[in-house]
Design a protein around this ligand. Structure first.
Ligand code: HEC
Length: 338
């Protein structure tokens, strides 16, 4: 939510910095993972796919000394082209991994911002489903009556709120991912987007305003309450997103095959229509959760988000189908549709 493009830039940067280059986390491996720095680097590099980067403990060098010799980006932690923001090695709401991906010759954060602008221009392809105007009205009425609209609100079917993990009830482990950042959390300071990379001495530092973000939401996003939560996703392009929920657990195939074990893990496609039905029908969902049993240890269940549109909650089969078709037909914002 913080910084340019309502947080999309922070998100893009996080994926490229933290998730694609674990070496960049070496300086905060101790507070975040309880792993001492040398052990952390050695563990990552001992099986490096590229032999140039493969660490051999028998050669008598420390992992960091070995890495310094082969590091393609000596001025930045890790391997990617990155800049240490003023708060490094601490993390912040605008640099949850402590670093900003930026290549020499570009402005600071320019590539991440360009990626955000590009992503904001993307529209999902048309879903393979035809739905009449009256079906759209019927589906929308069920959506509204069932209370989905409380969270999946507004033009883009999201209230942009993070819902506490214990309230939404889906698999809770992912929500805690950033909890340990509480120990090394700093103010949101970044270099000005007008600064060139590499960053000069005395470069201009900006404090990124957070005053439009609810403090409780910030705590939930970073799990600084110890539990965290999940943001209400937009429902636009839902047809292309199955399997559903953040753990991808709500999966039903075209042959009444259930769960990820019955579908993707067998190389069989997931049916968006049957999967949406399983999202809102508790009997169908039970079959999904049961089929996923062997995956519960890797935190995939398909459980939670118990907002039912089934007989037990007073809806007819016809209403359930109308809702499913309506949801799968969404490929534009609501105001654009009218
Ligand atoms: C209290 C707020 C809330 C209500 C009410 C709610 N949702 Fe959600 N919805 C969420 C959140 C939060 C998630 C993400 C949960 C996760 O992935 O763990 C979500 C996820 C989803 C997804 C999965 C999207 C995807 O790409 O995987 C669908 C579909 C969905 N909701 C539809 C509905 C429908 C239909 C209803 C009403 C029957 C409904 N929601 C009611 C908050 C809500």
């Amino acid at each position: 939510m913080a910084g340019s493009f309502h947080g999309l830039t922070v998100f893009n940067n996080n994926v490229h910095a933290q998730n694609s280059d674990s070496l960049s986390q070496a300086d905060i491996a101790e507070p975040l993972f309880d792993i001492e720095k040398e052990t952390y680097i050695g563990t990552i590099l001992q099986n490096a796919a590229n032999p140039t980067f493969r660490f051999d403990p028998r050669k008598g060098k420390s992992p960091s000394a070995f890495f310094a010799e082969v590091d393609p980006t000596p001025s930045a932690p890790g391997i990617n082209e990155m800049v240490k923001p003023p708060t490094f090695p601490n993390v912040s709401p605008v640099a949850p991994d402590g670093l900003i991906v930026s290549s020499p010759g570009f402005h600071f954060n320019e590539q991440n911002n360009a990626m955000s602008a590009f992503q904001n221009a993307l529209v999902p392809p048309k879903p393979n489903i035809t739905i009449s105007n009256s079906e759209t009205d019927d589906g929308y009425n069920v959506f509204s009556k069932a209370g989905c609209i409380k969270c999946h609100a507004g033009s883009y079917f999201t209230n942009h709120q993070i819902i506490p993990a214990d309230k939404i009830g889906t698999e809770p482990s992912r929500a805690k991912a950033l909890a340990k950042t509480a120990k090394i959390f700093a103010e949101p300071l970044l270099y000005s987007p007008t600064e060139n990379v590499p960053i000069r001495k005395n470069a201009r530092v900006l404090k990124i305003p957070l005053n439009n973000i609810d403090e409780q939401q910030l705590r939930l996003g970073f799990a600084h309450d110890g539990k965290g939560g999940y943001k209400t996703p937009s429902l636009i392009g839902l047809y292309w997103q199955a399997p559903y929920l953040h753990d991808g657990g709500v999966a039903v195939g075209y042959e009444h095959n259930y769960g990820l074990t019955g579908t993707l893990l067998k190389g069989k496609p997931v049916d968006p229509y049957r999967s949406i039905i399983a999202l809102v029908d508790r009997k169908e969902r039970q079959k999904v959760i049961k089929a996923n049993a062997s995956l519960h240890s890797v935190h995939i269940t398909g459980d939670g988000h118990s907002f039912w549109v089934d007989q037990e909650s007073g809806f007819t089969k016809k209403e359930q189908i109308a809702l499913a078709k309506y949801l799968l037909s969404l490929n534009k914002g609501r105001t654009e549709q009218q």
